[in-house]
Design a protein around this ligand. Structure first.
Ligand code: SF4
Length: 271
């Protein structure tokens, strides 16, 4: 009941995320104590510009994702099962010790999709709060309401990727529906989690300025006018290497549209 895909699995079959498996009739997670990436990043790289600015965050990921973004730059870990990646062995307690060692005021669940290693993230986040360390998710927002509500008790900040405001193109680009992502934004807002939103302008998918304007109007109407919006330039990668980079003029126009729609903190990224 974790993810809106609601996969139904035959014996020994894995879900779309590649981290959950039907093992002789029991649904098991393959994501526990086995992060494939651990890094120290500036918090602005998440990107979060209004949360603990100027600090480093301990960034971790376990392999897997519940989206299939054609543009994914981390596809070599996001589109793999934890069984297929080279992993470290870190319990949640060991992650906390690492954060203390490097004196990072926060831990970020990032790079892949933290929803697919939910149990490990939740256990680590609970321990982090017991140790006065803040927690951050960098997520596609594709998660069911109940697990997100539970997570809100232990998460301080989120950057959610609102990839495309056209439902059909969102499905084509990511393999997932748009509405659950919008529901997650609203839930995080109600849960008073510090929120910033990222939108990547991909030619032919998410750089239509009329659709972008509709997205900004929806955000303002739903009370996200003070939520920082990061509008990022796309560069060709993964399955979209045939597309050009987003024209700089499009990024500039999008910035103006967002500001005119009433969004107060607009950032242009990758430029
Ligand atoms: S949601 Fe993020 S990690 Fe997952 S496929 Fe899309 S870009 Fe990659």
């Amino acid at each position: 009941m974790l993810c809106p895909h609601n996969c139904i699995l035959k014996e020994e079959q894995k879900g779309i995320c590649k981290t959950r498996e039907n093992h002789k009739g029991t649904l098991c997670t393959l994501a526990w104590n086995n992060p494939c990436s651990i890094c120290l990043d500036p918090i602005e790289k998440k990107p979060l510009n209004h949360f603990l600015p100027g600090t480093k965050t301990l960034s971790i990921a376990i392999a897997g994702c519940n989206m299939r973004c054609l543009n994914c730059q981390n596809y070599n870990i996001s589109q793999k099962s934890p069984k297929e990646t080279a992993n470290y062995n870190y319990t949640p307690a060991a992650i906390i010790e690492l954060a203390k060692k490097y004196k990072t005021p926060s831990i970020s669940f990032t790079y892949t999709e933290p929803t697919v290693y939910y149990e490990y993230m939740l256990a680590t986040a609970k321990l982090a709060h017991q140790n006065n360390i803040k927690t951050v998710i960098v997520s596609n927002g594709y998660i069911n309401k109940k697990p997100l509500q539970e997570l809100c008790n232990y998460i301080d900040a989120a950057n959610i990727d609102l990839k495309c405001f056209d439902p059909a193109l969102h499905l084509k680009l990511t393999g997932a529906k748009l509405q659950p992502v919008l529901d997650s934004l609203l839930l995080l807002k109600r849960g008073k989690i510090w929120l910033e939103i990222t939108h990547l302008m991909i030619p032919q998918y998410s750089n239509n300025l009329q659709t972008f304007e509709k997205m900004c109007q929806w955000l303002v109407k739903k009370g996200f006018d003070s939520t920082p919006l990061h509008i990022n330039r796309f560069f060709p990668q993964n399955e979209l290497v045939h597309l050009p980079a987003t024209p700089l003029t499009t990024i500039g126009e999008a910035g103006q549209i967002a500001t005119q729609a009433g969004i107060k903190h607009v950032y242009l990224g990758n430029i």
